[in-house]
Ligand binder design. Structure first.
Ligand SMILES: [Zn+2]
Length: 310
């Protein structure tokens, strides 16, 4: 069965201003890498805007309204914290980022695709229910997980996160619910400072494996093989969602892990195997970070090739 690529040009209109690493060029680089003949078999869909109902399963109504109503004048972005920006185009971009993740859930649940890659921005995993943070406005993967739970009746949903940063927002939303599972490998110390191994949720449903700066593929693969993948198999999700950040790449300027392209194919192949075992192969991957344009494009392309099983 096919893999679907979901994106939208409105995600390019989230304007973070000059000198910000989370640029529209990131998404352009990923989409260009997925235009080659190797990706001719991808289904391609436009990301819809998430509905208020979808967004308010994770974020309070007042928060959703505040983000969606924020329309600063063109060229006059508002700084929400030291690195999180809202511009004239951000509300639609953020709504389509979360909506694209929900469409991906719909397509794999309806068996229109086996897997999905949601190439959107702003990213989401730092956004807490009540707080934008770390370039993120809505928590796209959490919104998708709750859409799977509430709309599709999937009882147990897992989000796994190989972005170099800990997904504090996803963990904050998941930690109290034993039917939600969140696991992350990430650099420590590093932004945002959460993700210690003793943060385990109400039912060992949170699994964190901090890695040291300069750790490479060997340590990364051990974290997943020895700790995260066994816990994920024990959880036995009905749907597997990936927070796919590519900033643990050796070329990335924002952190010091040293992953190479084949590490991203290794982890994706391992996660596809988990999805085959527990979820009838259903797997939804949503773009998070990755700030070296060439490394981001190459690693995302390798990740999608693995999702396509080619
Ligand atoms: Zn990151």
């Amino acid at each position: 069965m096919a893999t679907v690529l979901i994106s939208h040009s409105a995600c390019l209109d989230h304007d973070t201003g000059p000198y910000h690493p989370e640029t529209p060029e990131r998404l352009r680089a990923v989409l260009a890498a997925l235009e080659t003949s190797a990706f001719a078999d991808l289904l391609r869909e436009q990301a819809p805007m998430a509905t208020i109902e979808q967004l308010t399963r994770v974020h309070p109504q007042s928060y959703v309204k505040a983000v969606l109503d924020s329309r600063p004048e063109l060229g006059q972005p508002i700084r929400l914290d030291s690195d999180t920006i809202i511009s004239n185009g951000s509300a639609e971009a953020a709504a389509r980022a979360a909506g694209g993740a929900c469409l991906a859930v719909d397509m794999v649940m309806e068996c229109l695709a086996q897997s999905a890659f949601v190439a959107v921005r702003p990213p989401g995993h730092h956004a807490e229910p009540n707080r934008p943070m770390g370039f993120c406005l809505f928590n796209n993967v959490a919104v998708a997980a709750m859409h799977a739970r509430v709309f599709w009746g999937v009882q147990r949903v897992a989000v796994v996160d190989f972005d170099v940063h800990h997904g504090n927002g996803t963990q904050a939303f998941f930690a109290a619910d034993p039917d939600l599972f969140y696991a992350s490998s990430h650099q420590s110390p590093c932004y945002p400072g959460t993700g210690e191994s003793h943060e385990t949720g109400v039912a060992q449903n949170i699994v964190n494996v901090p890695l040291h700066p300069r750790d490479a593929g060997l340590a990364f693969r051990a974290a997943w093989s020895d700790t995260i993948l066994p816990a994920l198999n024990d959880f036995a999700p009905g749907l597997l969602i990936i927070s796919a950040g590519f900033d643990a790449h050796i070329a990335d300027p924002l952190a010091q892990l040293r992953l190479e392209n084949d590490d991203f194919s290794w982890i994706t192949d391992a996660l596809v195997a988990v999805a085959d075992r527990h979820c009838a192969g259903r797997i939804v991957s949503v773009l998070e970070g990755g700030y070296d344009l060439d490394a981001l494009a190459a690693a995302a392309a390798i990740h999608v090739k693995s999702l396509m099983r080619t």
